[in-house]
Design a protein around this ligand. Sequence first.
Ligand SMILES: *Cc1c(COP(=O)(O)O)cnc(C)c1O
Length: 372
Amino acid sequence: MNIPFNKTYLTGLEKKYLDEVLASGKYSGNGEFTKRCQAHLEKRYGFRKTLLTTSCTDALELASLLIDLKPGDEVILPSYTFVSSANAFALRGAKLVFADSRADHPNIDAEQIEALITPNTCAIVPVHYGGQACDMQKIAALAEKHKLWVIEDAAQAIDSTYGNKYLGGVGHLGAFSFHDTKNISAGEGGALAINHEAFVKRAEILWEKGTNRSAFFRGEVDKYGWVDVGSSFLPSELIAGFLCAQLEKTDEIQKMRMAAWKAYRDTLAVLEKKEILLMPDEPHNAHLFYLVCRSLDERTRLIAHLKANGIASVFHYLSLHKSPYFAAKHDGRELKNADRFTDCLLRLPMYAELGAATAQKIAGQILEFYTS
Ligand SMILES: *Cc1c(COP(=O)(O)O)cnc(C)c1O
């Protein structure tokens, strides 16, 4: 076998839409395909307003501008996450306060958040690991009580639900990624869902370099100029055309990923029963399939075993509170679940074209590792 960890699935529409963009002669941002992608996300997921961005990192930076984050303001987020969840706020001089993960899942332990809230706390950033929702009810209640913003890092959570809502549409703001490693890809790309009405108008201005250009093109103002801070967050139409080809095939992509996910789960469940491995019990949006080994050593040996059989598997985040950039700034609290996932969590190959049969074979190699 020679199985990569990830492979972008092309839906067949990409070339058609890119040809349309090329023929249009209009390649810069906020054109027809940008509008089509945004309308798709708003309609399918019920977001009040959606803006495409060049990445999820960018969407989070736009969010940090929207909440007017000032140096010294505090942001609570999990330590076990991607650097971008933190960087967007570090860039504005915010003080990052890292929370631990739950014992049974990498998501932030919502029970620990209230003890971390101070008069300077400004926002909570739940990261929906593997598309599994954080405890948004608890987080929303804390936000309401302490007057905090909730910014969902929904980079991995497209098409995942929470109650009767879609993730990214639960907090005040929600950031998505369309990086190659995510379910829906534009190579690089992202989106910000703006669910809080008061942010809608300003978001569009910050998105277009602090100008009221969008209002101008709608005919709402007779000239456009510099009205606020901002940056260039919007992707080109080439990106939007590619993205549109993927978004419109979301159901097809999700169905394929789900089949592989279920094959993993069904074949490996026996190892969970024997309390050898921890693994997710629901697919959510089938973004990833992970295992939690009993030790770092066991994980290292399992990676080597899979590699010897032509299967790429990878560990995930290194706790940010122990990162070279942040370690000296951390307040010293031990975050033992984050550290455990850093050492013991392993991700198996997951992409639309993987298929149930190959997933079963990979799982078979894992069973062999644990029974031989
Ligand atoms: C992928 C990812 C990001 C970054 O997404 P980009 O589009 O590459 O900027 C941020 N947060 C999480 C949790 C991610 O998985």
